[in-house]
Design a protein. Structure first.
Length: 563
């Protein structure tokens, strides 16, 4: 459909109703917005971006007062990190101004950014709202890797990409919860998406929520031996499930009612939800439960978003592809930790979680030390993770995989959408010729910044190219995931409705060890999810303890001048 065709609007304007009226309204809004943006881009090219405008954009992203930023300050000292830098890249891209992540993060100063912005190329954004229709559409490269991993064709396969968490609360209105879940799904069509045999996905029309399953254990206390045993069995059942995604079952809620409290078991397949999407799901569910009303419609579909990216990111993709094809020739091997068995010998993959929590005080200390040394906090975590892997593998040069949450806010409501926007960055860890923690972090930050400049060629595609050259399997081995800067995974409104979060775990096919750090209870929660059966007894416990100790040491400047 041509949304610029006036006859379409004339035909519908006489009696716009229902879905047609919404489309009509949003189409007009889109045209007006894009015309304004393109006019802005032309004005911007004639009149240089001002320092005041730049500081205003930064203040909005960093959550600080515009008067606090001094032009001579390093923006890292104000909390700039990769997530916030990507947000700014996408904000300016939505205005028709293309700047590269690597350019910004490698020179985090206002004068440098002004120069970059004022010499950036201008793109003419489409006035027409993209529409992919309601038919099947292609998987992203990461979705495809998850989908293939559900089969048992590869070592450590036959596993879904899956997230599970338990909440416990005194009581809950189940009928009201069911209604809220239905409203949540109505707002987020990817929650009723099915995955077809041909490797495509399609949103099911007129999908209906089946309702929460409730199992009542009567007078049994959750704290009794019987109650603990029941919970353990339920956890084993639901925490590693392969949901029937081919039927459009991509998430589930179950309730276990005990004498004194209820447990809510929530699970979702990561084919349809990245970390931020899980946060959005739970927050929207809590809102629908509290307000007892429908939620505003999301004005863009995930398939429309992918269509836009495919059409307008071709040049970036080709540049990134050539970069990685050249760089692969010089890439090190993946990390090789000591194993007690081969991945091929494991028939049933089971993940185990190790966790620790850094207090608000220690989080602030780490932030202060990182900024003082010109390093972002996620890079500090990445480097320390690399140091631990290096110590137990006797390798100083290897690669790991880093999920990047690549939401490009280029269409309406992208930041409110539930879908899997994950990209993968194949990140070199290079600890050769470094003598101090500061040197190791600085080197790692340079590698990360350069690599992020070419993320349009997905890390999944990079890994496939590596596998082709090595004649090996597509194995991800060690993963580093950071949610620092994304806010609390489970916010207070969710806790009011669903209760206190307890046990949680995730799993990903063909992954041996997955490090995650997220903001939690005012501090930082660090999780290692691992296939323990692969490793010698005690090895991962020792590694995790060493990781925790290195983080605590990094709270003091004296430990930045040694390794």
């Amino acid at each position: 459909m041509n949304y610029l065709d006036d006859t379409h609007f004339k035909d519908q304007a006489t009696n716009p109703s229902g879905e047609t009226a919404i489309l009509h309204k949003y189409s007009q809004e889109w045209i007006l917005m894009r015309r304004a943006v393109n006019n802005y881009a032309l004005r911007y090219r004639r009149q240089f971006y001002s320092l005041k405008e730049l500081i205003s954009d930064l203040a909005n992203i960093l959550g600080i007062d515009t008067e606090d930023i001094d032009p001579s300050d390093s923006l890292i000292e104000w909390g700039l990190d990769s997530i916030r830098t990507m947000e700014l890249v996408n904000i300016w891209k939505a205005k028709g101004v293309t700047v590269k992540f690597a350019e910004l993060i490698s020179a985090p100063y206002l004068d440098a950014w002004l120069s970059i912005l004022n010499h950036a190329p201008i793109i003419q954004l489409p006035n027409e709202l993209p529409s992919s229709g309601t038919g099947p559409f292609a998987l992203t490269s990461v979705q495809h890797a998850y989908w293939i991993g559900r089969e048992n064709h590869f070592a450590l396969g036959d596993v879904s990409a899956h997230f599970y968490v338990e909440f416990h609360i005194r009581d809950l209105d189940v009928t009201r919860l069911n209604t809220a879940i239905a409203h949540m799904v109505e707002r987020h069509p990817m929650l009723c998406c099915r995955f077809l045999e041909d490797g495509t996905q399609q949103v099911i029309q007129n999908w209906h929520w089946k309702g929460v399953s409730v199992c009542d254990y009567g007078d049994v206390s959750s704290q009794s031996e019987e109650g603990k045993y029941i919970l353990l069995q339920l956890r084993e059942k639901w925490s590693h499930r392969k949901l029937a995604v081919e039927e459009g079952i991509v998430f589930d809620f179950n309730i276990s009612r005990f004498a004194e409290e209820m447990f809510i078991h929530f699970e979702v397949d990561l084919l349809v939800a990245d970390v931020l999407s899980i946060r959005i799901m739970l927050k929207d569910l809590a809102l629908a439960y509290q307000k007892q009303t429908t939620l505003p419609a999301i004005r863009t579909t995930f398939s429309d978003y992918l269509l836009w990216k495919q059409k307008y990111d071709q040049q970036e993709y080709e540049q990134a592809r050539l970069y990685w094809l050249d760089r692969i020739e010089r890439m090190p091997s993946r990390i090789a930790l000591p194993l007690q068995t081969t991945p091929e010998s494991i028939t049933t993959v089971q993940f185990k979680r190790r966790s620790c929590w850094l207090s608000h005080y220690h989080m602030l200390q780490l932030k202060q030390m990182s900024m003082q040394n010109g390093i972002t906090l996620p890079i500090l975590f990445t480097t320390i993770y690399g140091l631990v892997l290096s110590r137990w593998s006797n390798m100083t040069h290897f690669f790991i995989n880093v999920p990047i949450f690549d939401r490009q806010n280029i269409l309406p409501d992208i930041n409110q959408m539930v879908a899997d926007f994950t990209n993968i960055l194949v990140l070199e860890i290079d600890l050769r010729n470094v003598q101090t923690l500061q040197q190791a972090c600085a080197k790692q930050q340079r590698i990360f910044q350069e690599s992020m400049g070419y993320q349009s060629f997905s890390g999944v595609e990079v890994l496939r190219e590596i596998a082709k050259r090595n004649g090996g399997e597509f194995i991800t081995s060690a993963v580093f995931t950071s949610g620092i800067g994304m806010g609390e995974l489970i916010d207070e409104d969710v806790k009011v409705v669903l209760g206190h979060p307890g046990y949680m775990i995730s799993q990903t096919p063909q992954v041996w060890l997955d490090h995650q750090v997220v903001e939690h209870n005012g501090g930082l929660l660090i999780n290692w999810d691992s296939v323990d059966e692969l490793f010698p007894a005690g090895l991962l416990d020792d590694m995790f303890h060493a990781f925790e100790q290195l983080l605590l040491h990094a709270c003091e400047q004296s430990h930045w001048v040694e390794l």
